[in-house]
Design a protein around this ligand. Structure first.
Ligand code: DPP
Ligand code: ZN
Length: 879
């Protein structure tokens, strides 16, 4: 397969001023007529090249009403239609036929629960009709949909409704016009039997917007929360960025079969049900947060993505990094900023850091790809958001807002590059961001080392050095701009007496400072810092780096207990817990007795006792670092020792804090209950703590604890508590374990999103026979290779969330995954390729395991007719 290079970008030589589409919908054969008004730009080529795909047939092709002849007037290959002798301007009419019913790839037009829907980003539109399917070709779309009225009463497309009516034979039609020129990836169509929740929003510009959320009838009752989130998003974007909505309707449709989370098609978002439906008895608090975040994300795309879009797919982070940043800020403003940041950083470390450290590493703005769908990655999204966040930190919020204004002023209605965004920020702020741009082009997570020294007199010196590890295709790296936010923690708050700052330090006015690192090694000097103050570094995770410091253990505990920056208290507990895991792992490797630091247990215990002031924060302080996290920052240890040590430490904490855990469990449980009766949002924070306590309690295997788990499982009315109890049950050796798991299934079998949770909980099992449990689940009648959510809950969870089981020495975990990928490759290559992620995370593994993984990769690569997306991932991992 061919590599596409950023360096090869060339503008499209034609303009498509308008496109008029007519769909005659039928599951087995849908006929699409597309009329393009084309204009040749300048003296450019007279060959009009359109993208196409192997899953559609060309029925006819007319230019200005004249039927064109194959070979003489045009050429058709598997991926292109080339029309010759294009005049200066002309109308091209393309008629194609497609089979939505057979489309299990879920890109282009397909069926979900019997309803028609589309997914066109990144390159799905070319499977509907021949078209310049690239983001820099913007056109004004009008759409006519015809379908059987009884089966498909609802007919939707982008823009505003512009007519509807009956046609003979039980058919009807609807017309949609979208006045905003857009690239084809933002096209959408939905037709089906759908129920609708309606509301409205009055914009700051005086427009009355109708808001609709369409779902299957049975799911209608679960849409209120999403509707509220949509209205909050609309208001937030007006207040924060002065951006208002620009059509008369905003439609959201929820479908069960979806490759991504959701899609921001202009005026017609298509969502995975997982990110729309929310009801306390079937969705968890985390699900609610995700719904709010994704509803916000897709809404915010209307400006960052739709009004200003990407010139080419290498610029994907232009819209995704920025929009993730915007949804993160929205969620922070709606809830707890620090908790949101803790969770986002955790997600970054879990997904992006390992990506950056392995064979799939690529810059935020990649330079080449075989399959663009493989680049909807944590790097483009989450690291991309961090890059935007750093810019905001460096130039300040006020200048950032000015930069956003300038960006829209310059680029509204066009397709631009990451460079254009940075340029707007630079021009609006007056800051020089030349070196900063390396964040877009250099892959790899920078590693910084901070050495704190006392200088002459009252001088405090921070020496910071950085290295950027080499990544595929990038051996040599240049020093990056790294904004380090820090303060000096004392027992009575931040030390405010620092002065005489070196010129690379900027006071932020809130007790914190911004250290601007720009070289391989920098020095930052302060005067007058209180002698006992402890540097609290990288507050709020001001840059996506790995950091090592020379802080003593005493100082580390000081940060854990006293820092005014809550985020850094959590970071410190995470660091101390990991350090303890590694210490125990070393003891295991040296066949020594395993010991656990009393000081650590005592500090955690003290935090736990003081839970009432900030239960969510304490829950984060107490949480064990994930297996993933433990592996990704370990050095020289074997994963076996690290997994064993992690388990050992978890158990020890559970036993040593047994009394407190139980009492905090009981009191947070009742606090959550009474708060939620009052409709108080704080209930979420108490439930979070309650369930962290529960997960520790489960590790004791104690009688009283097991009773509480079973009670919670049986009595709880919220899915948050029910699921936490189910997860505890799965790992436990409670006698009724199997029976209760089955009971959960029976109670929720009709709700597919809950059944997903049921699969996922079991995929995380720590039981000895987990591999055969997975095999059984793969044969379960509700398991299906055609539903991406189901694949992700069983295969994805097992391989990315249950590392100690996945990496068992026997290699069975790798085999299970490879088998699933081989099967999926024929059904849904995009999802198959995504499932390959864990096979690219072998750099911390021993030779033996690497060989086992290599064997499976070879098997995958040997498959005849292997899809392009899977080929790209497997060959990169195999190299
Ligand atoms: N639908 C995906 C997202 O919103 C891709 N644009 O991020
Ligand atoms: Zn997005």
């Amino acid at each position: 397969p061919k590599e596409i290079l950023l360096a090869d970008y060339a503008a499209y030589p034609f303009a498509i001023d308008t496109i008029a589409l007519t769909f005659k919908l039928s599951p087995a054969e849908t006929i699409v007529t597309s009329k393009l008004s084309c204009r040749r730009l300048g003296q450019a080529s007279t060959v009009l090249e359109l993208n196409g795909g192997p899953y559609m047939s060309l029925l006819s092709l007319h230019m200005d009403g004249v039927l064109l002849e194959a070979e003489k007037d045009y050429d058709l290959s598997e991926e292109h239609l080339r029309v010759y002798n294009a005049p200066k301007s002309f109308e091209l009419t393309v008629v194609t036929s497609i089979n939505p019913q057979e489309n299990t790839r879920l890109e282009g037009l397909y069926l979900s629960s019997g309803n028609f829907c589309t997914q066109c980003e990144a390159e799905g539109f070319r499977h509907i009709t021949y078209y310049p399917d690239r983001p820099d070709v913007l056109s004004v779309f009008s759409v006519r949909i015809e379908a059987l009225m009884e089966d498909y009463p609802v007919l939707l497309s982008n823009g505003n409704p512009a007519g509807a009516g009956e046609i003979a034979g039980g058919y009807h039609y609807a017309i949609w016009n979208d006045p905003h020129p857009k690239p084809a990836y933002l096209f959408a169509l939905v037709a089906g039997n759908l129920a609708c929740l309606t509301d409205k929003f009055h914009t700051s510009l005086g427009r009355d917007v109708t808001l609709n959320i369409y779902t299957l009838e049975k799911d209608q009752a679960k849409c209120d929360y999403a509707m509220g989130a949509l209205k909050r998003s609309m208001q937030w974007d007006e207040e924060t960025y002065g951006l208002a909505y620009d059509l008369d309707v905003y439609n959201i449709v929820a479908v069960s079969d979806f490759n991504m989370g959701a899609m921001e098609n202009k005026g017609l978002n298509v969502f995975n049900t997982k990110y729309v439906l929310a009801s306390p008895d079937t969705e968890t608090d985390t699900d609610f947060a995700h719904v709010e975040g994704v509803i916000g994300h897709e809404y915010f795309h209307n400006w960052t993505g739709n009004r200003v879009t990407c010139r080419d797919w290498f610029q994907l982070s232009l819209k995704e990094g920025l929009t993730v940043y915007r949804d993160q800020e929205f969620s922070s403003d709606m809830g707890s900023r620090v908790i949101k940041r803790i969770d986002d950083v955790k997600a970054l470390r879990a997904a992006q850091f390992p990506e950056d450290a392995g064979p799939f590493a690529h810059p935020v703005r990649p330079e080449k790809y075989i399959e663009i769908n493989n680049f909807y990655t944590a790097t483009v999204y989450n690291k991309g958001a961090e890059v935007i966040r750093m810019m905001a930190t460096i130039i300040g919020q006020a200048a950032f807002r000015k930069g956003m204004d300038l960006y829209f002023e310059r680029h509204d209605g066009s397709a631009v590059t990451c460079e254009d965004f940075v340029q707007a920020m630079e021009d609006a702020s007056g800051f020089d961001l030349r070196q900063f741009r390396l964040w877009y082009s250099q892959a790899g997570t920078p590693e910084i080392k901070v050495d704190v020294k006392k200088g002459q007199g009252s001088k405090t010196i921070l020496s910071v050095s950085q290295t950027v590890p080499s990544t595929p295709g990038q051996d040599m790296k240049k020093p990056m701009v790294i904004p380090i936010v820090m303060g000096f923690a004392t027992e009575h708050g931040d030390c405010l007496s620092a002065q005489g700052l070196s010129s690379n330090i900027r006071p932020l006015g809130n007790g914190s400072f911004l250290l601007m690192m720009t070289q391989g090694a920098d020095e930052f000097t302060f005067e007058g810092v209180e002698p006992t103050a402890v540097p609290s570094l990288l507050r709020g995770f001001s840059a996506p780096v790995e950091m090592e410091t020379t802080l003593s253990e005493l100082q580390q505990y000081f940060i854990l207990n006293f820092d005014t920056d809550s985020f850094n208290r959590v970071e410190m507990s995470d660091l101390l817990l990991k350090k303890e895991v590694y210490k125990i792992a070393e003891q295991i490797e040296a066949s020594q007795t395993k010991t656990v630091s009393n000081k650590l247990i005592k500090s955690l215990g003290q935090c736990l006792e003081a839970y009432e002031r900030d239960p969510a924060l304490i829950s984060s302080i107490l949480s064990m670092p994930s297996e993933n996290d433990c592996i990704s920052s370990m050095k020289r240890l074997s994963i076996d020792a690290v997994f064993e040590a992690r388990q050992f430490l978890g158990k020890k904490i559970a036993h040593r804090l047994r009394k407190s855990l139980q009492s905090v469990y009981l009191s947070s449980r009742s606090a959550a209950k009474s708060l939620s009766l009052k409709g108080d949002k704080q209930a979420v924070h108490f439930r979070r703590l309650q369930n962290v306590c529960l997960s520790y309690m489960a590790k004791t295997g104690g009688h009283a604890e097991n009773r509480l788990i079973v009670d919670q499982f049986q009595d709880s009315t919220t899915m948050t508590n029910k699921l936490a109890a189910l997860q505890a049950l799965v790992h436990s050796s409670i006698g009724k374990r199997k029976q209760l798991i089955r009971h959960f299934y029976k109670a929720y079998r009709k709700d597919e999103l809950v059944v997903d949770k049921w699969f996922a909980a079991q995929a995380l099992s720590t039981h000895e026979n987990v591999h055969s449990e997975i095999a059984l689940l793969q044969n379960h009648r509700d398991f299906s290779y055609t539903n991406p959510n189901r694949i992700r809950s069983l295969i994805g969870m097992f391989t990315m969330g249950n590392l100690s089981a996945f990496h068992r020495r026997c290699g069975k975990g790798y085999e299970i995954l490879a088998n699933a990928i081989l099967k999926l490759d024929d059904i849904n290559p995009q999802v198959a390729a995504r499932m390959l992620t864990p096979l690219g995370r072998y750099h911390k593994l021993d030779k033996e395991r690497q060989v086992l993984i290599g064997k499976q990769l070879k098997r995958i690569l040997a498959k005849e007719g292997l899809s392009k997306p899977v080929y790209e991932m497997a060959s990169k991992a195999y190299e």
